[in-house]
Design a protein around this ligand. Structure first.
Ligand code: AMP
Length: 219
């Protein structure tokens, strides 16, 4: 089963995608995480991506699709993947369809997580992320047990530079222009399911699993 989680920055894609992948035993690919790792490691890819990320812009398709296809070739992806942050535009969606078709696979469902703009801004401005394992936290909604430390791996928590308000506003604009048209694209293909992304993360997770027709998989 291949699933895409679609939604604006701050809609909760990362939290929910990691949860869904674990529950349904699927691989998890987040292109934003792959880029951040490359930037941190100072690789050639990271050097190319850094400017776009800091500006809140999309990285060029050429490097993004190349990176995604390389990750998709890993054996853990054979039984299915949850995609988070990819595709971000129609060109990427078509490249993904083509790559999966070559393996006689396709996208099964696209979950659109809908959240109001006001709530998106509130969430992003309070978000902290583990520098080591990328686990997300929120200063009021989901604080870590020890301030500044990841509950899962003890890594240092930091605020993503692109979560600063002016960049967040740019990212939301980019989302509306480039990514929101994917809602129509996958609706036309009969693959889109819309889920209310407001409220507690556990509640949203239940809605997503139900929308995927996998209610039995939730204990
Ligand atoms: P995210 O963690 O998904 O919010 O991504 C952080 C940043 O990484 C984005 O603002 C883009 O600069 C870049 N990025 C992540 N995924 C993509 C993608 N599919 N296409 C282009 N740029 C991306």
């Amino acid at each position: 089963m291949n699933i895409i989680l679609l939604g604006a920055p701050g809609a909760g894609k990362g939290t929910q995608a990691a949860y869904v992948a674990k529950r349904l035993n699927l691989a998890y690919i987040a292109t934003g995480d792959l880029f951040r790792k490359a930037v941190e490691q100072g690789t050639e890819l990271g050097k190319q991506a850094k400017y776009y990320m800091e500006e809140g812009k999309l990285c060029p398709d050429e490097i993004t699709i190349g990176m995604l296809l390389e990750r998709l070739a890993n054996p853990d992806c054979q039984t299915g993947v949850v995609f988070d942050g990819f595709p971000r535009n129609l060109n990427q969606a078509e490249a993904l369809d083509k790559a999966l078709a070559q393996q006689s696979q396709g996208i099964d469902k696209v979950v659109y997580i809908k959240v109001s703009e006001e709530e998106l801004l509130r969430r992003l401005s309070g978000r902290w992320v583990c520098r080591n394992c990328q686990a997300p936290y929120h200063i009021t909604d989901f604080p870590p047990q020890i301030q500044g430390r990841c509950d899962k791996c003890g890594g240092e928590l930091y605020q993503r530079p692109d979560d600063a308000t002016p960049t967040v506003k740019k990212r939301l604009k980019v989302y509306l222009a480039a990514t929101a048209p994917l809602i129509d694209y996958y609706t036309r293909l009969g693959k889109l399911v819309e889920v209310d992304g407001e409220g507690k993360a556990e509640k949203v997770a239940k809605r997503i699993i139900k929308a995927l027709g996998k209610g039995d998989a939730v204990s």
